[in-house]
Design a protein around this ligand. Structure first.
Ligand SMILES: *[C@@H]1O[C@H](CO)[C@@H](O)[C@H](O)[C@H]1NC(C)=O
Ligand SMILES: *[C@@H]1O[C@H](CO)[C@@H](O)[C@H](O)[C@H]1NC(C)=O
Length: 356
């Protein structure tokens, strides 16, 4: 009996100590992740009304640059472009939005490191992997945007700093408009009685995301507002895997009731974009670095298909919105003060600002 009682109390002791151990383990397991990763939080909803920026709290005198990165083969060019923007006193920060979901984390980690080293001046360059492959993510509002203006641009378009400064100045006096260097147009095909996507020599209504300056508030409008009509239109972008730029033009024109503004650039290098075959106009397309006009080329079947799909987007957006907000603009704003002449240097013609 005695030994049995002892056994019982020993057993009790063991049970209690092991229970205490189990409890300790449970407590450790519960507290460990919190203690080790104190910064790991769930991404907050970008459309939380509390996240809607108050323009009065955003800087009017600087701009946030959002570069769409996609192609690994263009990383060296992307780095040059990001570094050039970061060197501008007008730039508050540069965000590279990586939209290619098949890029390895290792490559992205290297790229992030390289980008952080290539920033000159106070503007930092950071790399963000997009949360999904949706093209709508290009326009997600971000809490790190502290400026009233954003520049949306591609990883294959190099713009000279003077033209960038000029475009930002034009935006500051026209903050409701879309500002850009590359434009296209919608039109009504009277014989087919439908909206189409095209290029006109003398008018335009769509700015391409190759280079687009707009109010950062429009990112919120695009991603979070407009109710079910907008969410249906964003679904079209996902179905077509195209036309997010056209939809942004719809959003802005609908708000501003104004067409976009085409700005003339001195030197723009467009390295082309294999993902979208929109390098086909030759009329409103600006001159390349050598100052040569881009050849007017006939519509290849691929380009025709590209235009057809973009036309389909315009028709879908028009149907879903119940109106056509796109407005035509005419002419191009030129920086006459900075207009470059050609100077002779070593027997060759160069831009005079390279003549030193
Ligand atoms: C990063 O920079 C190094 C050294 O310049 C280069 O070899 C490498 O390819 C770069 N990687 C990425 C992903 O940018
Ligand atoms: C939504 O679309 C319908 C037509 O599809 C239109 O009548 C309505 O005005 C639109 N609502 C908004 C808020 O634009």
């Amino acid at each position: 009996m005695n030994t049995c009682g002892e056994m019982k109390s020993l057993l009790k002791f063991h049970i209690i100590t092991s229970m205490v151990n189990v409890l300790l383990y449970v407590c450790l397991l519960l507290t460990l992740p919190l203690g080790v990763f104190p910064l790991r939080t769930l991404p907050s909803d970008p459309c939380d009304p509390a996240n809607e920026p108050d323009p009065r709290n955003l800087r009017p005198d600087q701009i946030t640059v959002l570069i769409n990165g996609y192609s690994e083969s263009r990383i060296p060019l992307l780095q040059t472009i990001a570094a050039t923007y970061s060197a501008s006193a007008l730039v508050s920060s540069v965000l590279v939005l990586w939209g290619n979901p098949s890029t390895s984390s290792q490559t992205l980690a290297h790229l992030a490191h390289n980008l952080s080293l290539s920033s000159f001046g106070p503007a930092t360059i950071s790399l963000v992997r997009q949360p999904s492959s949706s093209l709508n993510d290009r326009f997600l509002p971000r809490s790190s945007i502290g400026t009233q203006a954003v520049l949306i641009c591609d990883d294959d378009v190099e713009v000279d700093p003077k033209s960038f400064d000029f475009a930002f100045r034009i935006w500051r006096s026209n903050p409701d408009n879309l500002i850009g260097f590359f434009v296209r147009s919608h039109d009504l095909d009277l014989s087919a009685r439908k909206w189409i996507y095209t290029v006109h020599p003398d008018k335009y209504s769509i700015v391409l995301t190759k280079f687009m300056i707009l109010k950062s508030q429009y990112l919120f409008e695009y991603s979070c507002k407009g109710g079910s009509n907008m969410s249906e239109m964003r679904k079209i972008v996902d179905q077509m895997q195209n036309c997010e730029d056209i939809l942004m033009n719809f959003v802005v024109a609908d708000h501003a009731n104004k067409g976009p503004i085409l700005v003339g650039a001195e030197r723009v290098r467009d390295w082309g974009d294999a993902r979208n075959d929109d390098n086909d106009d030759g009329k409103l397309r600006l001159k390349d670095e050598e100052g040569k006009s881009v050849r007017a080329v006939g519509l290849s079947s691929r380009r025709a298909e590209h235009r057809r799909r973009r036309g389909e987007c315009i028709r879908e957006f028009h149907k879903l919105l119940g109106r056509m907000p796109l407005r035509y603009s005419y002419g191009k704003v030129l920086n006459s003060v900075g207009e470059q002449g050609l100077c002779m240097k070593g027997g060759k013609l160069v831009f005079c600002d390279q003549y030193q």
